[in-house]
Design a protein around this ligand. Structure first.
Ligand code: FES
Length: 281
């Protein structure tokens, strides 16, 4: 990582671990996987991700599909050695993973990448913005903020196309952080986009807010612009195809902002200070 990346985030040494599947539940092609992965749970910090080989077991049959898939970590329970992941079935790898049942084992690498910053060192109201599959990492972020910055005002804005795609909203509510819910079709919460309540908050508190966001690139671009206009610090977690997860394949590049060159989302991110990345590039 170059010295220009200013975000104060955590990056721990990763491990490869055989994780026992404790439970898997699903609805609307969105699944929640609960894994017993003690070493990863002990090291992981909100915003980091894992790479999972989607097929269960240690035998030679357990190599197809071969490539691991990246998933942000939703919940981190180090005392129980538990992490949870929420994912949508989008192809063969995730379809195979959705068939895994309790008691089987998955090979997991992690924690990978950089976390969100330390909530105890930030200032002002912390606003967590999650869109679609960008909601799960905000669960871990909310839990960390509640645990490590109990006196800080923390609020969340969650959005999705439809109520069926709000996976992680219940887990976030369980952290005690209040959340405004927005859906494109009005099937839950208010109809509209996350940018509407975010703009209201920023209009009221401006630079007194710090914003962390994860979700579709268009949402991140809009959040970044609102924060820039308000003078509020903004951290974004970007989504990219991540074949290796540790900087070897160069398949996850993100253009740098204000200078030539690229970041590697897996290694330099996935959490970036918004002003340091060119979104939509
Ligand atoms: Fe391979 Fe980032 S995923 S370099």
């Amino acid at each position: 990582m170059t010295a220009t990346l200013k975000a104060s985030r955590t990056k721990a040494a990763w491990v490869q671990e055989w994780a026992e599947v404790v439970a898997q539940t699903g609805d609307h092609d969105v699944y929640k996987l609960t894994l017993r992965a003690p070493e990863i749970a002990r090291r992981a910090v909100a915003g980091q991700f894992v790479e999972v080989r989607p097929v269960a077991g240690r035998g030679s049959a357990a190599v197809d599909p071969l490539l691991r898939r990246p998933f942000s970590i939703c919940e981190i329970r180090p005392d129980e050695g538990i992490i949870t992941l929420i994912y949508r079935v989008v192809g063969r790898g995730t379809a195979v993973m959705a068939s895994v049942t309790a008691g089987q084992e998955l090979n997991v690498m992690g924690p990978l990448g950089h976390s969100f910053p330390d909530p105890a060192t930030g200032r002002g109201m912390l606003v967590l913005v999650g869109g679609g599959l960008g909601i799960p990492p905000m669960v871990a972020a909310a839990a960390r903020a509640r645990a490590e910055a109990p006196d800080r005002c923390v609020t969340a804005i969650l959005g999705a196309r439809h109520v069926g795609f709000l996976a992680g909203a219940e887990e976030l509510a369980a952290t005690g952080v209040p959340a405004a819910i927005m859906t494109d079709d009005g099937s839950a919460g208010h109809q509209g986009f996350v940018t509407a309540p975010l703009k209201e908050l920023l209009d009221a508190a401006g630079a007194g807010c710090e914003v962390w966001a994860c979700g579709p690139e268009g949402m991140l671009m809009a959040v970044k612009e609102l924060c820039r206009a308000a003078g509020a610090p903004c951290f974004v977690s970007v989504e990219r195809h991540m074949a290796c997860g540790f900087g070897a394949c160069i398949g996850c590049t993100v253009p740098k902002s204000g200078e030539p060159g690229f970041w590697k989302a897996c290694q330099d991110g996935p959490v970036f200070l918004a002003e340091e990345v060119e979104l939509g590039g």
